[in-house]
Design a protein around this ligand. Sequence first.
Ligand SMILES: O=P(O)(O)OC[C@H]1O[C@@H](O)[C@H](O)[C@@H](O)[C@@H]1O
Length: 323
Amino acid sequence: MAAATPHSPPPPQLSSPFLEYIRAPGGLDKVVLRGRRSCSVEIRLFGGQVTSWKNDHGEELLFVSSKAIKPPKPFRGGIPICFPQFGTQGNLEQHGFARNRLWAIDDNPPPLPVNPAIKAFVDLILKPSEDDLKMWPHSFEFRLRIALGAGGDLSLTSRIRNTNTDGRPFSYTFAFHTYFSVSDISEVRVEGLETMDYLDNMKGKERFTEQGDAIVFESEVDKVYLAAPSKVAIIDHDMRRTFVVTKEGLPDAVVWNPWDKKAKAMQDFGDSEYKHMLCVEPAAVEKPITLKPGEEWKGRLGLSAVPSSYCSGQLDPLKVLHG
Ligand SMILES: O=P(O)(O)OC[C@H]1O[C@@H](O)[C@H](O)[C@@H](O)[C@@H]1O
């Protein structure tokens, strides 16, 4: 456990062998969840953002740019939270303000059904500041539980409640902007999104239908798959690893890789880093979610990394997608 000063003891929830609270200057305090062997998850309070997820060999599974910038800029990599706006779909800054705010530990969250096998979890909360309310005049409580399962699986459960006292509903779009670390983007394929309709952000959000084959990557991709299945697999041939992404309450799935030209134009991203990342982002984009005062919405992201013995078409996609 990191040393806490006598004036700032760690929140009670954090006194557990599975959790560590690490203080750092400049809004970089973080919580570390520890699982079996070398499994771990790191969460920065700035952005309520997962910035690391390691398997039991201590290998990093999420991509973080070597050029990621410190607060108050959003942090390039891990799992930024896009709320209350996805992308440029509204008047707010790109992807909303939640990824750019200091979240707090939620010491006393309302009950959430827990798997008793999960010992390592933390609850965070974000409420709007006076300035946020000027930009987006809605009062809300955004609770986020981040949990590391016994087998090294990572889950993020978001609960958003409308706490407006003026009787007004509000609507928002949302995404778990997950950056996966991959060996070589040209060797990666995504299964589960074939035949889906998508909006192409590179073509003015025009609607298309994906062809029947698994998705592979040869150039920039920025698509919002609509009503995507609850399970998507990212198969990394070189690493012989498959990420299984599950989602609840989040109808859409964004797939993004900036490729070489955009990579060069991004200040907080290395020129060649596009080769080693892929974003697959469970999201609610096409149809904003509307909450009346007192109503709560729940969305869940589940991630696991399983060894895959893919070699020249041997992998059975049904097994990956349906267990
Ligand atoms: O640079 P940002 O704001 O983190 O956004 C990165 C990308 O995020 C993706 O989710 C969007 O679909 C892209 O259009 C966007 O470029």
